[in-house]
Write a protein that binds this ligand. Structure first.
Ligand SMILES: NC(=O)c1ccc[n+]([C@@H]2O[C@H](COP(=O)([O-])OP(=O)(O)OC[C@H]3O[C@@H](n4cnc5c(N)ncnc54)[C@H](OP(=O)(O)O)[C@@H]3O)[C@@H](O)[C@H]2O)c1
Length: 171
């Protein structure tokens, strides 16, 4: 699995169910990487999307125990061709769906609870690191330097804001 996230200087990722940082180039990077692939997320991340709709052109897998919410999406797959949504509540169920999509890449797209749960199953982390501190209530897990090495880094600037695109791989 591949993790993809955008963090502030404290590894913050979100506040009140929303993103804390929204950079156009990062959004484009996210779309380019994940389009046509599988994206794995938690319920709160799904609910943060526009109209609470799954990401277009991707196989969306959502962790939740919320049976009522799942009902709201019951006709979604039959009404859409290249966008699908599946709900799971444990890693066994996740793997059953991933097995159906073996030829695609499997991206873990957040939030905090899902990054924490799946980091040990991941081999790559794409991390956009923004040189700014924001108020946050959710965080990306600490990247253990004895497990992960930075394979690639590209510095960027938007106005006064510095940020970088980074790729970490498991040692
Ligand atoms: N900066 C970034 O790159 C980035 C990316 C994604 C998200 N975010 C931000 O992260 C925040 C959301 O993170 P979060 O941790 O609060 O929420 P989340 O991970 O998106 O969703 C949490 C929900 O997922 C379900 N869940 C988690 N583990 C589960 C398990 N083992 N089995 C079944 N269901 C499970 C639970 O839903 P039920 O309660 O229904 O069981 C839980 O309430 C938002 O602010 C969002 O904007 C930031």
């Amino acid at each position: 699995m591949i993790m993809i996230a955008c963090v502030d200087k404290n590894m913050g990722i979100g506040k009140d169910g929303k993103l804390i940082i929204s950079l156009k180039e990062d959004m484009e990077f996210f779309k380019k990487k994940t389009f046509g692939q599988v994206v794995i997320m938690g319920k709160k991340t799904l609910l943060s999307f526009r109209e609470q709709k799954p990401l277009k052109g991707r196989i969306n897998i959502v962790f939740t125990h919320d049976k009522k919410m799942i009902l709201n999406y019951k006709n979604f797959n039959s009404e859409n061709d290249d966008t699908k949504i599946y709900f799971v509540n444990n890693i066994v169920e996740l793997n059953e769906i991933l097995d159906k999509y073996k030829s695609l890449e499997h991206f873990v797209i957040g939030g905090e609870s899902i990054y924490k749960m799946l980091i040990d199953f991941s081999d790559v982390i794409y991390l956009t690191e923004v040189d700014k501190i924001c108020a946050a209530d959710t965080f990306f897990p600490k990247i253990n330097k004895s497990v992960w090495i930075k394979e690639y880094s590209e510095e960027k600037k938007y106005g006064d804001l510095n940020y970088s695109f980074n790729k970490y791989i498991r040692v």
